[in-house]
Write a protein that binds this ligand. Structure first.
Ligand code: FES
Length: 575
């Protein structure tokens, strides 16, 4: 336990404490806001970074959530200040929120650095908001706690449970196959998102909040609580109380996160059957903490981590079921031997201490260790001449026939090409074809959208085919499924081997051997490489131009090169 800071050691004291003209200005302006010395003197100032937006349905409840954090901060003797930051609305932002993850990370870092705050509570949930807020806060280096926004309730259609994303893909395929009426499709639209909160499958949002809890950045148990459960408000207030203590104790995640914490997070990712997107975000978050995290580490940990959560898209249940089954604590308590239990967390206790007493209440949802759904985590990292720097596949969520598969490539040069031709009745495709999408990576798309679950051609859907091997440098929604090789690095737009694939080439996927190969001779590949020309950049100015210049490849986390951990930036001068 650190010694308690004195009030003069608080960061905010530099703004409010000195007896000079500049501090006079800060204090008089604080009085303008209705505050007085009782509000700021000797009190930690806590930023509540709120990603609320009227066009982000997953965060629609964040104004009330912030009020509950505020209550906790006040109870513990701090001064809460709510500061709005960019809301990354997965549902509406185009081409992809991934293009803006680093922008929110930059905003978070700078908002914390430039204001008179001693610590922060981060409100996030919808996919990229979680890694972005954490990346920025790690770089800012202040004490912080993450408050996950909570999953929405189960969807419902005619008494059938609907899961975010995964059931949209499933019923869309049935509609395209001619098996679902327009009226039924509209009813599903009504019932699939019936409360506030983030996607309630084990998609990217649920995966990232589970990972964040395992990293020790939330209060214990926080990530499993449904957004509309009263326990969620109580958790928010508890986080508010805790951050005030953490400021006094100078408990900073940027100091306690280490490789053990990130290995724990990967164990959680695999045991819950998490989204492939988490791989990119975890590498980026580790980069901000100064912890090198190799892509190969995910394969290594996946091989020894049993999948215990029977959650969609890979399984049957939803987050509400997971919560009532005991939640993340119950799941992690099944694998203590795979975890670094002494890893520190934001409540001042170790991960192991936070797991004490956790129990499974519904073993059909969270499997006991001895009854795992699979012996491994179901995610593999592939290498080969098509992916020299790696690619990933969530093989737990695909038809087993693709474990070892060789088939002819059918190449789409970009997403527009795919959209134009995929349902052409003359498309030369069979159930063995390998669909290849180029130019869908960080630079190519740009922003690496979730295009990796390429649609099954309509003619195959009508023939009863529901899975097909698909490969790309894109990502895939965490709520998606199927035999989709993703995150191929280096990507095609920067001259990676994916750019050299031609229709008719044989592609071989071997999941047990962790390999992805293009069966074309080295001489032919060299000739194709010599003839390859990059597409001229589409952005000469603005944020997109910065993104294209600075974004790293998927195996590096897609952070900006200049944002990786390094020398801490100096505190702002107060003149
Ligand atoms: Fe926000 Fe899925 S759309 S979490």
């Amino acid at each position: 336990m650190n010694d308690r800071l004195t009030p003069e050691k608080l960061r905010s004291w530099r703004w409010f404490g000195p007896n000079d003209l500049r501090s006079f200005g800060h204090r008089s302006r604080a009085r303008q806001m209705g505050l007085g010395p009782d509000d700021w003197q000797g009190k930690p100032i806590i930023a509540i970074l709120n990603t609320w937006s009227e066009i982000n349905p997953c965060h629609l409840h964040f104004k009330v959530l912030a009020e509950n954090v505020r209550k906790g901060v006040l109870q513990a003797g701090g001064l809460p200040v709510e500061i709005p930051v960019l809301s990354l609305s997965e549902s509406f932002m185009k081409p992809t929120t991934m293009l803006y993850r680093n922008l929110l990370a930059m905003e978070t870092e700078e908002v914390l650095r430039c204001h008179p705050v001693d610590g922060a509570v981060l409100l996030g949930a919808c996919d990229k908001t979680t890694p972005a807020l954490i990346m920025g806060s790690l770089s800012a280096g202040l004490p912080f706690i993450f408050v996950p926004g909570g999953p929405m309730l189960r969807g419902n259609w005619h008494g059938e449970t609907l899961g975010s994303g995964s059931d949209a893909w499933k019923y869309w395929a049935e509609k395209r196959a001619g098996n679902l009426s327009e009226a039924a499709w509209c009813e599903i639209e009504d019932g699939i998102a019936r409360s506030h909160g983030h996607c309630m499958t084990m998609g990217t949002a649920s995966t990232m909040t589970a990972i964040t809890e395992t990293l020790g950045l939330t209060m214990p148990g926080a990530s499993s609580i449904p957004a509309s459960d009263a326990a969620h408000w109580r958790m928010a207030a508890e986080s508010g109380r805790q951050i005030v203590q953490n400021v006094w104790q100078d408990l900073r995640p940027s100091r306690f996160l280490d490789l053990r914490s990130f290995e724990n997070a990967i164990v959680a990712d695999m045991a819950v059957g998490g989204s492939t997107n988490a791989i990119i975000h975890l590498i980026a978050m580790a980069g901000r903490a100064g912890v090198p995290l190799a892509l190969a580490k995910f394969d290594e940990i996946s091989r020894r981590t049993p999948r215990l959560a029977d959650l969609r898209p890979a399984g049957r249940f939803l987050m509400e079921d997971f919560y009532f089954a005991g939640g993340l604590r119950a799941l992690l308590a099944q694998v203590p031997d795979l975890l670094h239990l002494p890893a520190r967390t934001v409540n001042g206790r170790t991960l192991g201490e936070n797991l004490e007493g956790a129990q499974i209440y519904k073993p059909e949802v969270i499997r006991p260790r001895g009854e795992a759904l699979s012996a491994d985590g179901g995610t593999a990292v592939l290498y080969g001449n098509l992916a020299p720097d790696g690619a990933v596949i969530k093989h737990a969520a695909m038809e087993p026939r693709f474990q070892q598969h060789t088939g002819p490539a059918l190449v789409f040069a970009d997403y527009d090409d795919l959209a134009a031709r995929i349902d052409d009745p003359e498309l030369p495709v069979t159930a063995d074809t390998v669909l290849v999408l180029q130019n869908a990576g960080p630079v190519g798309a740009p922003g690496m959208p979730e295009w990796g679950m390429l649609p099954i051609p309509q003619k195959l859907l009508k023939a009863g085919v529901r899975d097909l091997l698909r490969i790309s440098d894109a990502r895939m929604s965490g709520t998606s499924y199927g035999a989709c090789v993703l995150h191929i690095a280096p990507e095609s737009a920067v001259g990676g081997p994916l750019a050299l694939v031609q229709t008719g080439d044989l592609i071989c996927l071997d999941v047990p051997a962790r390999s992805l190969t293009l069966q074309v001779s080295e001489a032919d590949l060299a000739a194709r490489r010599a003839a390859w020309k990059p597409t001229p950049s589409r952005a000469k100015r603005g944020y997109l131009s910065l993104f294209l210049q600075e974004v790293t490849q998927a195996d590096q986390g897609c952070d900006f090169r200049f944002l990786h951990a390094g020398e801490p930036l100096p505190e702002p001068a107060i003149h």
